[in-house]
Design a protein around this ligand. Structure first.
Ligand code: NAG
Ligand code: NAG
Ligand code: NAG
Ligand code: NAG
Ligand code: NAG
Ligand code: NAG
Length: 367
């Protein structure tokens, strides 16, 4: 599977000439003055590194990792942030721009949630892959340059979290509109002001943690990793977004359907079968179903019952439906955030239907 999308080391070397590794240290205080972001891949040989120059009062950059057990009942998300919490829509700051969030869901509904507030962050990205270290939290991640393998290691007695999460990719990386082709200058714009790079759309995930007071969090399933970034605060950039991913039989599906601040909609779909990309980019819609399925959502719209995803690809129309339980719903004063985990059912219209597991979310700033 790996051979279908990893590229030869010699090419990686050529793209990285003169930039053996770039190490960036991100301080805990936001910088003053304007910053810039990368929105085209041509300027750098690295897919997953920091995308903003400095963290200021409106810019953000994050690395997101999640996993769902094959039966959809265990879920884990680990997120690494460099942003003021208020830039992301939280009510108050955390005293540092560098923080991590760990949220786990057990089959019986038990949730384990921790925030970790970090000192300086060190990220190095280069010939031998990426490494991120959110100092003083015990949270680190690393990945290979060909984006085939990631490992998150957490050693945090203070937060009661010890263990690791390992991803072996089964679906090639992509940008919002294109498969990732190293060295090619591709757009990273999900919307006019938000960037997206999806290093691991789907993977075989192995999760092995010990959580204080709860016990083991141990499962295998599907793992996902991406990053988003932007120059404007999230509440000033987004009205509502629906995002999610699923592992459905031989298929890996990712959807992003966002309503921008000005009311325009931007979408990006991704579908692969057995590790080969079928489609990337436009032609997708994700819509709420069941209770509270008003679209576009308003300030009074509650959590929908599920979502229906339609993706027009060159091979036909792929449809999927998700339903499950809420895995995390932190309060956001200007709107809300809900993450669900559960089952996904889908396939190409007129062909076999499969069932799998999925993680999906709704971000809104509608108040
Ligand atoms: C932060 O950077 C953004 C993008 O360059 C800019 O619009 C904003 O004004 C900056 N904030 C400050 C305080 O300079
Ligand atoms: C990549 O494409 C963008 C948009 O066309 C352009 O602005 C940028 O200069 C290009 N970058 C490189 C390194 O070619
Ligand atoms: C992360 O950084 C801290 C502080 O520099 C260091 O003590 C720790 O060993 C690092 N962790 C790893 C896994 O490199
Ligand atoms: C739910 O599962 C967790 C993890 O196994 C366990 O610690 C907890 O006691 C369970 N809660 C209930 C109400 O059964
Ligand atoms: C986002 O929507 C705008 C307006 O419809 C469009 O010009 C732009 O190409 C879209 N971008 C993507 C990545 O779909
Ligand atoms: C629909 O929204 C209402 C009001 O927020 C809420 O009470 C209800 O639980 C929601 N329905 C579902 C399926 O979550």
């Amino acid at each position: 599977m790996k051979s279908s999308f990893s590229f030869p080391l010699i090419l990686q070397t050529l793209f990285a000439v003169g930039t053996f590794a770039v190490t960036k240290i991100i301080p805990t205080d936001p910088g003053n003055g304007p910053t810039i972001a990368e929105f085209y891949s041509g300027g750098t040989p690295f897919f997953d590194g920091p995308k903003i120059d400095i963290v200021n009062d409106t810019s953000f950059d994050w690395w997101y990792f999640d996993a769902i057990s094959s039966d959809g009942t265990y879920q884990l998300t680990v997120s690494f942030f460099t942003a003021l919490a208020t830039t992301l829509g939280f009510a108050t700051g955390f005293g540092t721009t560098n923080f991590v969030v760990f949220t786990a869901m057990y089959p019986n509904g038990t949730e384990y949630q921790q925030f970790g507030f970090a000192g300086p962050v060190t990220i190095s990205d280069g010939l031998f892959g990426i490494k991120g270290n959110w100092s003083s939290t015990g949270f680190t991640f690393q990945g290979t340059t060909d984006l085939s393998y990631y490992k998150i290691v957490i050693d945090s007695p203070a937060l009661g979290i010890e263990g690791s999460m390992i991803f072996n990719s089964v679906a090639p990386a992509h940008y919002p509109e294109d498969p990732y082709i190293p060295g090619k200058n591709l757009s990273e714009h999900l919307s006019p002001v938000i960037g997206w790079a999806n290093a691991i759309p789907d993977s075989i995930a192995k999760i092995d943690f010990n959580l204080a007071g709860v016990g083991e969090l141990k499962f295998t399933g599907s793992g996902y990793h991406d990053k988003n970034w932007g120059l404007q605060s999230l509440p000033q950039a987004v009205k509502s977004w629906y995002w999610g991913h699923g592992h459905i039989g031989p298929y890996s599906l990712v959807w992003f359907d966002t309503v921008n601040y000005d009311g325009t909609e931007n979408v990006s779909g991704y579908l692969a079968r057995d590790g080969r990309i079928i489609g990337v980019g436009s032609g997708l819609t994700a819509r709420p179903t069941g209770a509270n399925s008003t679209y576009p959502p308003t300030s009074t719209t509650g959590n929908p019952g599920g979502f229906h995803i339609v993706y027009n690809t060159k091979d036909g129309v792929f449809v999927a439906d998700v339903a499950g339980q809420v895995a995390w719903a932190p309060p956001l004063p200007l709107g809300g955030y809900t993450r669900w985990a559960g089952q996904i059912t889908g396939g190409f219209v007129g062909q076999r239907t499969y069932t799998g597991s999925s993680v999906w979310e709704w971000v809104r700033f509608t108040l």
